[in-house]
Design a protein around this ligand. Structure first.
Ligand code: AMP
Length: 189
């Protein structure tokens, strides 16, 4: 199962991905987590992406595609992959198709978590206070949201045309959203 958890920043993708990892043994591939780990390690890659992340921009397609490719290879044989925060551009979506095709696989399901902007802002303000993630500050967050609408949202019709897109209401409680995701997974099985 190759599942994309799709939605704007702070839609709850990471929370739902972690639940699927625990319950189903899927592997979560979060490019945001990978990039934060690279920064924390002080690697050359981490230093290269730091400024872009702090400004709420998107790092280059090639960087995140390489990270995903590495992990797909390292974790081959997993019962499923959850792509969280990837793909974020048309180029990344095309690269993902090629990577999966070369393994005889495809994107099986895209679950789009719908959350309105006002709710995203409330959530991210709370997360900023609790976790202090620099790019959750209101000014940077609004740039991340802009990138989402400009670069990432155009992927929605692409996956809808393929018939792999399911929309869920991401505004409910963690449990309610989880139930909608479980239903979508059951239907696509
Ligand atoms: P996230 O935790 O997914 O919101 O990602 C945090 C930041 O990492 C983003 O604001 C981008 O700067 C960068 N990033 C994460 N994933 C990607 C991606 N697929 N493409 C480009 N930049 C990314």
């Amino acid at each position: 199962m190759n599942l994309i958890l799709f939605g704007p920043p702070a839609a709850g993708k990471g929370t739902q991905a972690k639940r699927l990892v625990e319950l189903r043994g899927f592997v979560q591939l979060s490019t945001g987590d990978m990039l934060r780990a690279a920064r924390a390690s002080g690697s050359e890659l981490g230093q290269r992406v730091a400024r872009i992340m702090d400004e709420g921009g998107l790092v280059s397609d090639q960087i995140v595609i390489d990270l995903i490719n590495e992990q797909l290879t390292a974790r081959a044989g997993a019962p499923g992959f959850i792509f969280d925060g990837f793909p974020r551009t048309i180029g990344q979506a095309e690269a993902l198709d090629s990577l999966l095709q070369s393994r005889g696989e495809q994107v099986d399901l895209v679950i789009r978590m719908r959350v309105d902007d006002e709710r995203l802002l409330t959530r991210v303000t709370k997360r900023f206070e609790e976790q202090g993630r620099a790019d959750d500050n209101p000014a940077t967050f609004s740039r991340r949201l802009e990138r989402y609408y400009e670069d990432t949202a155009p992927l929605v019709p692409l996956y809808a045309e393929r018939g792999v897109l399911v929309e869920v209401d991401g505004m409910g409680t963690v449990d309610t959203v989880a139930a909608s995701i479980d239903a979508a997974l059951k239907q696509s099985a």
